[in-house]
Design a protein around this ligand. Structure first.
Ligand SMILES: Nc1nc2c(c(=O)[nH]1)N[C@H]1C(S)=C(S)[C@@H](COP(=O)(O)O)O[C@H]1N2
Ligand SMILES: [Mo]
Length: 440
């Protein structure tokens, strides 16, 4: 972290005295190191026998370390304990129907470690016995498919599978920011976002196995096994693309219980709510189902007071994850501006970065791989002269859609919505090095 001169704050908030402490600590560390090097040069002594620095080797350089498999399942370093999913207190009445946000500010690359994947449960999570789990595929009437099926996990996992990297974003991500700045850090503004490699069977293949009549069956209802009655309509056009997966794998192992173990739907590009967890049933139908999570929730309130239904694609979006709200730049000079871009409509074509609140833009470096409906990491160079700056990123996807400013988005969506806020995020850097969430 030293090379970036950014202190990753535990809670992402540092008090003024804490900042001073960090600065002072860094200064004394630097001057100490310089002094040691200088004195070594002056005396010219570097022999092991009488060098007190070498006599004082730390324990880890002298003794035996931990044995293999001391932890049968590996864990992060003790020093990384602050990197956690966090709840936003008071967001919901009970923690079973809440969200835990992914600590985007502390992650590298594009894959979310499974233990840090954001969670969104409507009625709590379960660790369901996979030997008892079943997936039923049926029709809303007898003409929809020839062979209704009930599959167990062994039967499913024998079928040909694919592995694909995709982002999942809750439709309500950044939803608290519609009206004005509401939360301080990128974890809370954008942390209902994660990206994994998912493994499973394309739903199209399962429907073909059942002898589905794709002329009759235009929609699918996906149903979860938890108590939330989570059912969502998926149009057959998405399924026919082969992208929709009945997935059991996440980052090389079985799904985590919080993320739907043992089976979930993966609907690339579509808002998280359609990625039904604990998937137990697929029904074929000839029209959208208008379930509770499609007719009461997950609709967009438009300026004229009407609600827009079935707006499920997550439009082009990006965010700078560092420097971001709550972080502190400890020194002038070179810094890397890094972030994530994604689009539910395909690949990211370009990301522009501004350090002056959108007056001037510079294309960022897209770090590969750049995949469809997947997070893309971008980096940009920044040399801080000590003056205030306003960091922004603006993503453009392969079909040419450009991430809107708050001004542009509010013109068509007003400011009282919840879902599908893909506006350009601004982080303000103050002369004191503190980075804050603002809206321009
Ligand atoms: N069965 C079931 N599926 C569900 C939910 C749920 O509560 N129950 N929540 C949905 C919502 S709103 C989102 S955003 C995603 C979150 O997935 P995650 O918890 O793996 O991040 O799961 C979706 N699928
Ligand atoms: Mo969601």
């Amino acid at each position: 972290m030293l090379n970036r001169f950014i202190r990753r704050a535990p809670e992402n908030f540092l008090s003024r005295s804490q900042i001073q402490e960090v600065r002072a600590g860094r200064r004394s560390f630097l001057s100490g190191a310089v002094a040691a090097a200088a004195s070594a040069m002056v005396t010219g002594r570097a022999m092991a026998g009488d060098d007190p620095e070498i006599m004082n080797l730390p324990a880890h350089s002298k003794g035996l370390g931990q044995p293999v498999a001391a932890r049968a399942y590996g864990l992060p370093s003790e020093w990384e304990k602050n990197l956690q999913r966090r709840e936003s207190p008071g967001l919901t009445r009970v923690p079973q129907s809440s969200v835990s946000f992914c600590p985007l500010q502390g992650l590298f690359g594009i894959i979310t470690p499974s233990g840090l994947h954001f969670e969104r449960h409507h009625q709590g999570w379960w660790d369901m016995d996979p030997s008892k789990h079943r997936l039923m595929i049926n029709g809303s009437d007898a003409t929809m498919l020839k062979r209704p099926m009930v599959l167990n996990m062994d039967e499913l996992m024998r079928l040909p599978s694919v592995s694909r990297m995709h982002f999942i974003e809750c439709g309500a991500n950044t939803g608290m920011e519609w009206g004005n700045v509401a939360v301080p850090t990128v974890q809370y503004t954008h942390g209902m976002l994660s990206c994994s490699e998912f493994t499973g069977v394309p739903l199209r293949a399962l429907l073909e196995l059942c002898g589905a009549d794709f002329k009759r069956a235009r929609f699918v209802l996906a149903e979860g096994a938890d108590g939330s009655g989570m059912t969502r309509t998926i149009p057959m056009s998405l399924i026919m693309s082969g992208e929709v997966l009945v997935a059991y794998g996440q980052n090389g192992e079985m799904l985590r219980p919080e993320n739907g173990y043992p089976l979930r739907l993966v609907v690339p590009g579509v808002q998280g709510v359609s990625w039904v967890k604990y998937l137990r049933r697929i029904e074929l139908g000839d029209m959208p189902y208008a379930t509770k999570d499609e007719s009461i929730h997950y609709m967009d309130l438009m300026p004229d007071g009407l609600h827009r239904q079935y707006t499920s694609i997550q439009e082009v979006k990006s965010v700078i994850t560092s420097p971001s709200g709550g972080q502190v730049l400890l020194d002038k000079g070179f810094h890397t501006v890094t972030g994530l871009a994604w689009s539910g409509r395909g690949k990211i074509r370009r990301v522009d970065v501004s350090v002056d609140g959108g007056r001037n833009w510079k294309p960022a470096r897209l770090e590969g791989p750049v995949l469809s409906k997947c997070l893309t990491r971008f980096n940009s160079d920044f040399v801080w002269d000590g003056k205030p700056a306003f960091f922004q990123s603006r993503a453009i996807d392969e079909i040419g859609h450009i991430q809107p400013t708050y001004g542009d988005l509010r013109k068509v969506r007003a400011s009282r919505s919840i879902y599908h806020n893909n506006a350009i995020q601004t982080w303000a850097l103050g002369e004191n090095g503190e980075v804050k969430n603002v809206q321009l």
